[in-house]
Design a protein around this ligand. Structure first.
Ligand code: SF4
Ligand SMILES: [Zn+2]
Length: 278
């Protein structure tokens, strides 16, 4: 198996896997979607009763949304994740009590009228856990309304809830195999004009497959070619794979962790099977 990276940014990955098969590509897709962990807010405590400001003005601790809706929105905010630093809470040495090795605590204290944004969440402790996407609107507070919140984030996986899904829009498609019978080609160029992806170009009196990675297998070039010299088929041994992240983890970290998880699983399977042989 071979991986050629086409694009790797902080939040986006696009690469070609060759000498593979659809089962492996799908196993990788499922692993990065469901098994790579990330941090997300899972527990939100709302202060009840009046909230005072420095001038002793009393605000009502309410917002136009139900507390559940506010908590749900907070749960979907991308929380910076350091996979080497955090344990799953249930498996932590604190026995699930919550400690700096398994939890990040945030506080939020806003008084209306204002819009509460994700950036208003203040990490209690290390400032490196400040929310990077700081302009995600949570709720609008009216005059005399206020929110005083303590929220804790912990590790989870997409298998438990979509808010812990490390990879978004993960998918793959077969790479195209485009064959042109040049000896019979009349160089009309209709295939070049009809291709919506700019895959084909006319170069040196020849139709050339310039960007095969862009082909979406639509078959328009085959249909428009009067000479019938183009053949487009899908190649199941080569796939174009892509996914994005919400910024909690870098795309490279998600890919590496996904591949490592798959490797460990197959290693476990291998050990169990070799145990049967003995
Ligand atoms: S199958 Fe569609 S995308 Fe691919 S080369 Fe032909 S026209 Fe372009
Ligand atoms: Zn802990």
């Amino acid at each position: 198996m071979k991986i050629d990276i086409l694009e790797m940014t902080q939040t986006k990955a696009q690469f070609v896997i060759s000498e593979t098969n659809p089962s492996f590509a799908n196993a990788l897709r499922r692993t990065i979607v469901a098994d790579v962990p990330k941090m997300a807010i899972d527990n939100v405590e709302f202060h009840l009763g009046p909230i005072m400001d420095e001038k002793n003005t009393a605000y009502e601790s309410v917002s136009p949304l139900f507390d559940e809706a506010v908590a749900h929105r907070l749960g979907l905010i991308p929380v910076p994740t350091d996979l080497d630093a955090f344990n799953f809470r249930a498996k932590c040495t604190c026995n699930g009590e919550g400690c700096p090795n398994c939890t990040i605590m945030y506080s939020l204290n806003k008084k209306g009228p204002c819009t509460v944004y994700s950036g208003d969440l203040e990490p209690v402790g290390d400032p490196k856990f400040r929310i990077k996407d700081d302009l995600i609107p949570i709720v609008k507070l009216a005059e005399d309304q206020a929110l005083l919140i303590y929220a804790t984030a912990e590790l989870g996986t997409g298998r438990q809830h979509a808010k812990w899904q490390a990879a978004l829009g993960a998918g793959y498609r077969y790479f195209a195999k485009i064959e042109i019978e040049h000896s019979k080609c009349d160089l009309g160029g209709s295939c070049v004009k009809v291709c919506p992806k700019g895959v084909l170009v006319k170069e040196d009196k020849k139709i050339v497959v310039k960007h095969p990675e862009r082909c979406n297998l639509c078959n328009s070039c085959v249909e428009v070619c009067d000479a019938g010299v183009i053949k487009v088929t899908s190649d199941p041994t080569k796939v174009l794979f892509r996914f994005e992240t919400d910024g909690s983890l870098q795309a490279k970290e998600v890919l590496m962790r996904g591949l490592k998880t798959l490797e460990e699983r197959f290693e476990n399977l291998r050990e169990q099977v070799s145990g049967l042989e003995e």
